[in-house]
Design a protein around this ligand. Structure first.
Ligand SMILES: C[S@@+](CC[C@H](N)C(=O)[O-])C[C@H]1O[C@@H](n2cnc3c(N)ncnc32)[C@H](O)[C@@H]1O
Length: 236
């Protein structure tokens, strides 16, 4: 399947998700608590923000302003609507842009499942280090291997570190890890189910067949092999 063939399915999946990542409510609340501003005047920045849900909750909870950067116009528009629903539209701005071009640092930087904007994990962490103000925090979340992947899984997801190596990469990039955790299997199962449910809503036989393939790929392949790490970091 080409990227163009995939686009409607990815869009339908994203529209059905609160967070486009294996993130449960308990962890979301915990991360927001861990990302409490350490001083006055803090600003948040979410690069590759998708629906912007975590950024919006962060800004709503801590009463701070923020910027979300998202290249997909429909997704950015949905995020702006959600900002209005949550009553933070005057403080949070969504920019339809390539996050790789963003050059204004912030104190609370978020990057969830979008490290590929800059290349590999090391390149993402180097760029995010430049964008995290001294004394600030970065929430970096992305894939790692919990177990050795089969050929098909490696072909799909590429070369990824294990969790300990991912934490070491953040240190190499100039961060000190304050919190390192991984999505649970239950968070993964919920994410995959909700992802497929969004696609099935398209209601076509092709969408259904696509969901069947994705379910097999997950259950036969990357379930409990692909991990998703959540790291709260501060510039060292
Ligand atoms: C896996 S989703 C994660 C979305 C969001 N961070 C979340 O946790 O719900 C990745 C997002 O990054 C966006 N994206 C990918 N490349 C981008 C780029 N170069 N600039 C801005 N956004 C980008 C995609 O459109 C998508 O919404």
């Amino acid at each position: 399947m080409t990227d163009a063939d995939l686009t409607p399915y990815l869009a339908a999946a994203a529209a059905n998700l609160t967070h486009n990542a294996p993130l449960g409510e308990e962890r979301a609340a915990d991360l927001i608590r861990r990302l409490a501003p350490a001083g006055a005047g803090w600003r948040s920045l979410d690069l590759g923000c998708g629906n912007g849900e975590l950024l919006l909750r962060l800004c709503a909870t801590h009463g701070i302003p923020g910027d979300g950067v998202e290249r997909d116009a429909d997704v950015a528009a949905r995020a702006q609507l959600r900002a209005t629903e949550l009553g933070v539209a005057s403080r949070v701005t969504f920019h339809r842009a390539d996050a790789a071009t963003w050059d204004r640092p912030a104190e609370l930087v978020v990057n969830i499942g979008a490290g590929h904007v800059w290349g590999d994990t090391g390149q993402a962490l180097a760029a995010l280090h430049r964008l995290t103000a001294p004394g600030g925090r970065l929430l970096f979340a992305g894939g790692f291997y919990r177990a050795s992947p089969g050929d098909q899984v490696r072909e799909t997801f590429g070369d990824l570190p294990d969790l300990a190596s991912l934490a070491r990469l953040t240190v190499d990039a100039g961060f000190r890890p304050l919190h390192v955790a991984a999505s649970t299997l239950a968070e993964w199962d919920d994410f995959e189910s909700d992802w497929r449910a969004g696609v099935e809503r398209l209601g076509t036989p092709e969408a259904r067949a696509f969901c069947d393939r994705r379910r097999d790929e997950y259950l036969d392949g990357y379930r409990d092999v692909l991990g998703f790490g959540w790291l709260v970091l501060t510039p060292a």
